[in-house]
Write a protein that binds this ligand. Structure first.
Ligand code: NAD
Length: 369
């Protein structure tokens, strides 16, 4: 019997992405999977039910998807109703943010489910084809630069006209991971003068490769697996003094700094904001996770001393079309890893990519809850 893949519609507020788009549904059907799609699943990403039907899916209701699918896919974690309707022993694939959803992990284990938490993907070159953190950060980095350009009461590019010459905006990106690098490249394309700051030595080369001037840090703090580590109190003090001047000189500051599993590091404090010119802009991609700026309010735009501070949430969902396309490709690649050559479910907990992503395996919890 064909393995059944079920696609759920997102129910979380402001979530417009969908975990599989018709292109990958078609590929799954061609490979022998049966695909069930909840009616309206693609609406937020401008994909109609007809497109899914044409790709070979069966359109149905949520309960039916949850009760019949062997592998259920979704962008955001399941809610409690989903978990109670989930067929025992099925596989659930989504972002789980397991450290915030421990009760749901336990409830899923109670359903004897296997849970693949997409945020647990190893950040290695070999795992990139299933890495939704990277694909969605790429989208977020692009969009955050556009949000900054839109909020700024000044131009990003230099303009030389009969009415005089306008200087380009000075844009500083703090945190040059996947999102920060894309934000730098986007601000550069818009004509801004770009500056970058990070605490990982590797970020310098990355930032320079897109034309940014790197603010050489007196603090370097590379941790495990190529990620940054949390700074010590002494290092935070040095960083604060070093950045105060550079932030004060910037027209736009975009922050994307993150340390895995920790709240967003606080990098911009009230006194630093007060050194910025009125009309300057801070866009804080860390808003959802507590913010890189002390004054950020998630989901809001606040003005402090004339400085506009914006804390966008779920930025990839603001670009649901490409974000869904990339998410879908990652999910398709992952599904291929969950079955054997005949297309039957076969999860290998020893696999270096799938293994670490397992939050629950056949009802056994694999993360700290
Ligand atoms: P992230 O979202 O964890 O963090 C964003 C950036 O914030 C990082 O560059 C980090 O160094 C920086 N940061 C953290 N604390 C800071 C502080 N106090 N001050 C300034 N900057 C701070 O990062 P990410 O985008 O997930 O990427 C992390 C690394 O993993 C990058 O080197 C990325 O290229 C790498 N990566 C590699 C692969 C691969 O396939 N090889 C895949 C994904 C990511």
């Amino acid at each position: 019997m064909a393995t059944v893949v079920g696609l759920l519609k997102e129910t979380w507020e402001n979530e417009r992405r969908v975990a599989l788009v018709p292109l990958e549904v078609k590929k799954l059907v061609k490979k022998g999977f049966q695909v069930l799609v909840e009616k309206g699943a693609g609406a937020g990403a401008y994909i109609s039910d007809e497109e899914y039907s044409e790709a070979g899916a069966t359109l149905t209701d949520r309960k039916d998807v949850l009760s019949r699918a062997d592998i259920v896919v979704k962008v955001q974690p399941p809610d409690d109703t989903d978990i109670s309707a989930l067929r025992e022993g099925s596989v659930f694939v989504s972002l789980m943010f397991w450290w915030k959803n421990k009760d749901r992990i336990k409830a899923l284990a109670g359903r004897k489910a296997t849970v693949i938490a997409l945020e647990r993907v190893p950040r290695t070159t070999k795992a990139q084809f299933v890495d939704v953190l990277s694909s969605q950060a790429t989208i977020a980095g692009y969009k955050v630069a556009l949000l900054a350009a839109d909020l700024a009461p000044r131009l990003f590019p230099m303009m030389t006209t009969a009415a005089g010459t306008i200087k380009p905006a000075r844009v500083l990106v703090i945190g040059v991971g996947v999102a920060g690098l894309q934000a730098l490249a986007t601000a550069k394309r818009l004509g801004a003068r770009i500056y970058a700051y990070d605490i990982r030595p590797a970020a310098k080369k990355d930032a320079e490769s897109v034309g940014a001037k790197f603010l050489e840090s007196p603090v370097w703090a590379e941790g495990e697996g190529g990620y940054a580590r949390e700074l010590t109190e002494e290092e935070k003090k040095i960083q604060r003094e070093f950045l105060a001047q550079n932030i004060g000189d910037s027209d736009v500051v975009i922050t994307t700094a993150a340390v895995p599993g920790r709240p967003a590091p606080k990098i911009i404090f009230k006194d630093m904001v007060e050194r910025m010119k009125p009309g300057s802009v801070i866009v804080d991609l860390g808003a959802e996770n507590g913010g890189n700026c002390e004054l950020t309010k998630a989901g809001e735009t606040v003005v402090h001393n004339g400085v506009i501070i914006h804390g966008p949430v779920n930025v990839p969902s603001m670009m649901p079309i490409p974000a869904s396309q990339m998410f879908s490709r990652n999910v398709y690649n992952l599904i291929e890893m969950l079955v054997d050559k005949e297309g039957n479910l076969q999860i290998n907990p020893e696999d270096p990519i799938v293994g670490p992503m397992l939050a629950v395996l056949n009802g056994e919890i694999k993360v700290e809850v």
